[in-house]
Design a protein around this ligand. Structure first.
Ligand code: GLU
Length: 317
């Protein structure tokens, strides 16, 4: 498909996202996130043949927040293998908010999935001893092709001073004997991973590697195992958009993961990696502009997971 057509589609998608921004709100439960410019909006699309399409606030750095759960899951799966990880964390959507404790307390002896806070804190506790913050930072920089990713000290301090809920989750995990290291150190690694500063382009780079089942199209190297990528993408599709994951999967049909900093990572298998930034969030904590943007891109560029045609980089060009 010619670049001009893709740029036109992206332009319309962007307008659709912009019109809905006023109906959302920036997150304030981490006070530092409340300083974000509500109207900011950026989109980066990377195709497997190396083309880049961008619009809006694509140079703005924002904290990755829950999208780091994807990276932590990748490292955990590579380190421990699929069966050990899923012995300790489930594979099911929780149907509850990302920071909920109820389903863990009442119904389960393991977190429902690795994309909610309880699951990600358990994963962080598993990683300690095998990885530390520095090695996780290096891994993030490598997968995002972005050596400038660093800890946002202000956001990290702000979340650390306001994380009663995550502490409650971590101690509930400990009470059930399903945290595998010191509670405070596990929370520290989890929170630091959430506080890494990225751009839409960093996320799009991670997205295209996942889209290519771990083969980095920029270097030709296999950087994540194929089976790990398949697993991570499936969890993203079923659990990546919190309790909005089902509707998102139907309408957009791309494995995705959002973060309360306004980031959104989306993957069109074997085609495209997408990074979005829009800190105005919907009531579930997802970037509110993300869905209309991705729904339109999915429809016009045929990116839905169950649409086999590749009109972006494939036969129809
Ligand atoms: N650091 C945030 C928290 O633990 C991440 C939440 C999110 O992005 O979903 O609440």
């Amino acid at each position: 498909m010619p670049n001009s057509t893709i740029n036109n589609v992206l332009w319309t998608a962007y307008q659709k996202g912009q019109t809905i921004i006023p109906f959302g709100n920036v997150a304030t439960y981490i006070p530092e996130l409340g300083k974000a410019r509500k109207n900011a909006l950026g989109v980066t699309m990377l195709t497997k043949d190396g083309r880049i399409f961008e619009l809006g606030d694509t140079d703005t750095r924002f904290t990755i927040q829950s999208i780091s759960k994807v990276i932590s899951l990748i490292v955990a799966l590579e380190t421990f293998g699929i069966s050990t990880v899923f012995d300790r964390v489930g594979m099911e959507p929780s149907g509850e908010a990302f920071n909920s404790l109820v389903e863990l307390d009442l119904n389960s002896n393991k977190p429902y999935n690795p994309m909610i806070n309880s699951g990600a804190i358990t994963i962080a506790s598993m990683l300690l001893g095998h990885a530390d913050f520095e090695s996780m930072l290096e891994k993030t920089r490598a997968l995002c092709h972005d050596p400038e990713i660093d800890l946002n000290e202000e956001v990290y301090a702000s979340e650390t001073a306001n994380m009663s809920r995550n502490k409650s989750i971590a101690y509930l995990l400990e009470s059930k004997d399903i945290i595998y290291n010191d509670v405070d150190e596990s929370l520290e690694l989890y929170t630091k991973m959430c506080s890494l500063n990225v751009t839409t382009k960093s996320l799009a780079n991670l997205g295209i590697i996942l889209a290519m089942d771990g083969l980095d199209p920029a270097t030709g190297q296999q950087v994540i195992r194929k089976r790990v990528c398949e697993t991570v993408k499936t969890i993203m599709l079923t659990c990546g958009m919190y309790d909005g994951s089902g509707e998102f999967a139907v309408r957009v049909g791309m494995p995705s993961k959002s973060g309360v900093g306004g980031g959104l990572l989306s993957v069109a298998d074997d085609k495209v990696g997408i990074g979005i930034y829009g800190p105005s969030l919907d009531e579930k904590g997802n970037c509110i502009a993300g869905r209309p943007i991705l729904e339109y891109l999915s429809k016009m560029l045929r990116l839905h997971i169950f649409d086999p045609d590749d009109i972006v980089t494939g036969m129809a060009e």
